[in-house]
Design a protein around this ligand. Sequence first.
Ligand SMILES: [Ca+2]
Ligand SMILES: [Ca+2]
Length: 279
Amino acid sequence: MRSLLLGLLIAAPLALAGGGPPEGGWPLPPASSTVASVYDGDTVTLTTGDKIRLRWVNTPELKPAEAYGIEGREAAEAFLAGHEITLLLGSENPRDGYGRIVSGLQRPDGGNLSIHLLELGLAHLFIIPPDDTDLTPFLEAQSKAKAANRGIWSTERYQGALHITSFHANAPGDDRENVNGEYLRVANVSNEPINVDGYKIGKSTGQTWTFPALTVPAGHTVKVHSGKGEHQGNPMEQLAIFLGSDTPIWNNKSDRATIYDRFGKVIDARPHNVKKATP
Ligand SMILES: [Ca+2]
Ligand SMILES: [Ca+2]
């Protein structure tokens, strides 16, 4: 991992709203920092040890390596280096499930790293609800990058309207007792809402499951769980689909998830492999 001295000075405009702190206290963003490293396009570490998960976007992973992951990291480094950075926090819980602070990063000149990465085609819109931000400039930036086939939009996995951003084929613990611990996160990478009614998801054996009627707004994600549950279609919360299986669906060693639209056309596919094949 490369690291970089950034000389970050963090202005924290946040006034945490009332109500008691959660166990362990409110995770306050740091007031300032002088050193930070950029892990990848959407993950920055401050000198305090606080990790920032960049708000509004998702960038390609470095591990396992995805196309344009390195370019995303380099663009973030170049954008942040030598600038004072203001955190752009949401109004509610600023931490994600991994304990990272979810925040936009803004330069004194007003430059917003998320929009910058969208413009370069090195990120796609990725909304963690609730988020009442006016998404117009973000959608415009993404739209221009797509029209120009820039970065990720030139690659096969971003040609469809939906993109599998993560694939958790191995549920925590015994998958048979935690069927819903198996899930995929699927992002709407188009600029329009999509009703996934009649879309299907399939595994490497060819077996498929059909999605219910549920609208995924542009930039939102839906978690697709293997087991039973009530579909969650309110975009103010994390969207969720339950495939309704009594038993685990995804093979923990090797499988492949493929999403089809209602006409049977492949929208995206993503493998799950525990070990890379030895050459
Ligand atoms: Ca499994
Ligand atoms: Ca397991």
